[in-house]
Design a binder for this molecule. Structure first.
Ligand SMILES: [Zn+2]
Length: 249
């Protein structure tokens, strides 16, 4: 029923509880889960997990804030496993914490887009305090489907994103009190362009805000979208599943 298009359940922070997390996924009808891997160990764990839970999809990519550490070896590794991936990501630009290596971030981002183009894989985009540069690069280079992960921009930015072959993915912050801008975006976003996600272990939605996040909580994101758009929960969830599967065709 539910779709979590972006979670880090093989990250150190969640992997210690993986049995319980998977049980909660099954019990809460989270039928679609994309595991985002930012390190080789995350990816190796995801491959193991997928053997037991075939509904899992795997994304792997080098994270923008790690750009300074990324070398040719990292690209060789990514390319060597790319046929096992459903998606390349999360990749993008993040000037929020440290904008002292923008050029390096751009270089790593563009190279990964080109890899995704070559192997026809969708890309999951991390864009923080870097809207203009991210969108300029995507317009110039991206040739596959785009997921704007944890979208938190303005309605105007979203409209620019929707001009591309993309999905807008919403996460826990839409349930927070100060979510006026996100609500405007959801109101304006066509239902066939929406995805849901948790970004676990971060960004826990209300009513569990403050606790560690996990995929089962994606239901609160979906329910919030239903409230805003005044659509039936089953209708929304089945449309989101359709949107999600269309990325991989
Ligand atoms: Zn993430």
């Amino acid at each position: 029923m539910y779709t979590d298009s972006h979670c880090h359940i093989t990250d150190e922070l969640l992997y210690g509880r993986i049995d319980e997390i998977m049980e909660n996924i099954l019990e809460n009808k989270i039928d679609n889960v994309m595991v985002i891997c930012c390190k080789e160990i995350d990816y190796l764990r995801a491959i193991e997990l997928k053997k037991q839970f075939p509904f899992i999809r795997i994304a792997f990519g080098w994270y923008p804030q790690d750009a300074l550490e990324i070398t040719k070896k990292h690209f060789e590794l990514l390319e060597s496993v790319i046929s096992s991936l459903d998606c390349v990501g999360e990749i993008g630009l993040d000037y929020y914490w440290d904008d002292s290596f923008k050029d390096k971030q751009k270089e790593i981002f563009i190279q990964q887009i080109q890899l995704a183009n070559q192997y026809q894989k969708p890309i999951s985009i991390h864009m923080r305090s870097a809207t203009k540069d991210t969108l300029d690069i995507l317009r110039e280079y991206a040739q596959t489907k785009i997921i704007f992960h944890c979208f938190s921009g303005s309605k105007e930015t979203m409209m620019e994103c929707l001009k591309m072959d993309s999905m807008i993915s919403f996460a826990g912050p839409i349930t927070y009190k100060n979510a006026r801008q996100a609500i405007e975006c959801i109101e304006a976003c066509p239902i066939d362009r929406i995805l849901t996600e948790t970004d676990s272990p971060y960004l826990t939605p209300v009513p569990f805000r403050g606790k560690q996040n996990e995929p089962k909580n994606v239901q609160f994101v979906a329910k919030k979208i239903c409230d805003i758009k005044q659509v039936d929960l089953l209708v929304l969830c089945s449309q989101i599943e359709k949107n999600y599967h269309s990325l991989f065709q």
